[in-house]
Design a protein around this ligand. Structure first.
Ligand code: GA4
Length: 328
């Protein structure tokens, strides 16, 4: 079967980077039920570190419900939302991203997906909202765990990693350090001129993979290998998968974590939900020896996920975090 490629036209006015020129770009679309899906996924991870999933099997009513409840949360009075903040890193936050001075035109909730949502800040989010929000979040997390495990299992099969569950296990186990982020990029009601703002600055995700879904409002951009930024047309019925730093390391650089950012149009609010599939904190991360041919070197030193996270929280959003873990 052939990879379905969907042309993406670059919106030149969205670009703040001089290297961002209008050109049609092909973003891989993977049908998860296609027998050839695993080959397409690996090709996409090598070429873009990014692809779109259709036929994913997630109930559309769950997506609608979660989106509606999230919108209701973000519509609460600021003083109520602030009861679930400031983020530690979980909970509600606005404008500030991470602890090192990054800002964006965004408010968000960050939830821990592995401890049954029981941190104090997480509980504070759900204290402001009806039970149905928590239920939808829990159901969604289960779906994301299923989808990201499936993708990682397909990757392992295609890369002929002996243990089929070598990667997916990291996400399936209860100790997995995954999280769910909901980003709301608000519109500026009193602003008459539509403006592009940095909603979420450029960065790569530290985890294995991230699964992103947004409403139908544009904003997400990815950086291609040649440094060109391209706008990804939104599609609320599908999911986008992004390769993270950890999978880059485990594949010894065969997959590249994709740099991405969100430029918001302040006339239209955007809502996105991202599930970050992370390994257990104590998991040792290193290139998988079966993926490093004898004549090649390991590009990265071994580290635990906990060490990588600690180091990531000392960096700025746009920093190249893997440099500290590269072999000389
Ligand atoms: C980027 C990916 C996820 O959103 C996130 C972010 C985290 C945070 O917002 O708390 C970080 C950022 C992200 C990477 C570098 C550090 C940590 C903010 C920041 C400046 C939740 C994550 O895991 O890493």
């Amino acid at each position: 079967m052939v990879v379905l490629l969907q042309p993406v036209t670059l919106d030149s006015h969205l670009c703040v980077n001089p290297k961002c020129k209008p050109s049609p770009v092909l973003i891989p679309v993977v049908d998860l039920t296609d027998p050839d899906a695993k080959t397409q996924i690996v090709k996409a991870c090598e070429e873009f570190g990014f692809f779109k999933i259709v036929n994913h099997g997630v109930r559309p009513d769950l997506l609608t419900q979660l989106e509606q409840e999230a919108i209701k949360f973000f519509a609460l009075h600021q003083s109520l939302k602030d009861k679930a903040g400031p983020p530690d890193p979980f909970g509600y936050g606005g404008k500030r991203i991470g602890p090192n001075g990054d800002v964006g035109w965004v408010e968000y909730i960050l939830l821990n997906a592995n401890t049954h949502l029981s941190s104090t800040k997480t509980n504070a989010v759900f204290q402001q909202t009806p039970a149905i929000f928590r239920e939808a979040v829990e159901a969604y997390i289960e779906e994301m765990k299923r989808m990201s495990s499936k993708v990682l299992e397909m990757v392992a099969e295609e890369l002929r990693i002996e243990q089929k569950e070598k990667l997916s296990r990291l996400v399936k186990v209860k100790e997995s350090d995954s999280c769910l982020r909901m980003n709301h990029y608000p519109e500026k009601v009193d602003d008459t001129t539509a403006k592009e703002e940095i909603g979420f600055g450029e960065h790569t995700d530290p985890q294995l993979i991230s699964v992103l879904r947004s409403n139908d409002h544009e904003g997400l951009q990815i950086c291609l290998k040649d440094g060109t930024w391209v706008a990804v047309p939104p599609d609320h019925s599908t999911f986008f998968v992004l390769v993270g730093d950890t999978l880059q390391v485990m594949t010894n650089g065969r997959f590249k974590s994709v740099k991405h950012r969100v430029l918001t149009n302040t006339k239209r609010s955007r809502l996105s939900m991202i599930y970050f599939a992370g390994p257990p904190l104590t998991e040792k991360i290193a290139p998988l020896s079966c993926l490093v041919p004898e004549q090649e070197d390991w590009l990265y030193k071994e580290f635990t996920w906990s060490q990588y996270k600690l180091s990531a929280y000392k960096t700025k959003l746009g920093d190249y975090r893997l440099s500290l873990f590269e072999k000389q």
